[in-house]
Design a binder for this molecule. Structure first.
Ligand SMILES: [Zn+2]
Length: 294
């Protein structure tokens, strides 16, 4: 199986969650072994999608270099991971990736529209060799050896509209598009009000998030899935773990995980060569991945 990029450049535009202003962006093909690279067109800064470039994980995953940050990279990365794209340049005209509808569906549509280009070098995957776990109180995220690429996420919010939700997702591009890509981010009205008082979340609206008050969901159209919340947590985890630098074979499990825990997990895995090995997919004989990216 070969490395992949996209067939041609594609442009997009969307509202930034924090500033509330339109953000132009574009996706470009990139050479073999280049990885995923962001570029801020307004400050002319290249930032590679690597854990060492992560500068904040409080409300979103933020990467940066010399004070030039790009926020909310997780949803676009999640879509890129799902399409099996190894090499791509993402140009962004501001300090944040647009929020679109709060899910990765728009990014998936763009990737679908341009199409995937196979390249002239074998694809590399990371095979997890050891269980690695990171914790924060009773919250955890861990990754362990497995023959597949699997995500099991549990949330237990003390909120009548969320409660306990568990979702077991066996990764494939097809299932990702159907079961994960449309799941939206969510937030609580009181947090949005607090953030707005600090001049943040200015772009947040019912068009790009599920919003909850103390008792219920405010969006008139309700949810896209009964367990949309936990599905979005898997969307985020896939995006955050893209910073491992290659697709991985293993089982990800989390209870109440966050961008913070995902970031710690990524760093922990990469800390020691004993935690994983890199496998080159020399032919199409590796059915796990040929199937996953069919
Ligand atoms: Zn998210």
């Amino acid at each position: 199986m070969k490395q992949r990029t996209i067939k041609r450049k594609i442009d997009g535009v969307g509202i930034g969650l924090h500033k509330g202003e339109p953000v132009p962006f574009s996706l470009h093909p990139l050479d073999v072994d280049s990885g995923i690279v962001f570029y801020r067109t307004d400050t002319r800064t290249y930032i590679e999608a690597k854990p060492q470039n992560v500068v904040d994980t409080q409300m979103a995953t933020v990467i940066g270099k010399d004070g030039n940050n790009i926020s909310t990279i997780e949803h676009i990365l999640s879509a890129i991971y799902a399409f099996g794209i190894d090499n791509i340049l993402i140009k962004i005209g501001a300090c944040e990736v647009p929020v679109m509808d709060g899910s990765s569906a728009s990014f998936c549509m763009m990737l679908n529209e341009v199409g995937v280009q196979e390249q002239n070098r074998n694809k590399k995957v990371m095979v997890i060799a050891k269980e690695i776990e990171v914790k924060d109180g009773d919250k955890f995220s861990k990754i362990s050896p497995d023959n597949n690429s699997q995500f099991i996420f549990t949330v237990d919010f003390k909120h009548p509209a969320i409660g306990f939700q568990k979702f077991n997702f066996n990764f494939s591009k097809y299932e990702y598009i159907n079961q994960i890509s449309r799941a939206r981010t969510f937030g609580f009205l009181r947090d949005v009000q607090m953030l707005r008082s600090k001049n943040l979340a200015l772009g947040a609206s019912l068009d790009n998030a599920i919003v909850l008050d103390d008792k219920k969901i405010i969006n008139e159209d309700g949810l896209r899935f009964g367990n949309e919340f936990v599905r979005h947590k898997i969307l985020d985890a896939i995006g955050d773990l893209t910073l491992l630098g290659m697709p991985y074979i293993g089982k990800y499990e989390s209870f109440a995980g966050s961008h913070h825990l995902n970031h710690l997990l990524t760093k922990e895995v990469l800390k020691s060569k004993e935690n994983y090995y890199v496998k080159e997919l020399e032919s199409t004989a590796d059915t796990t991945f040929s199937k996953a990216y069919a």
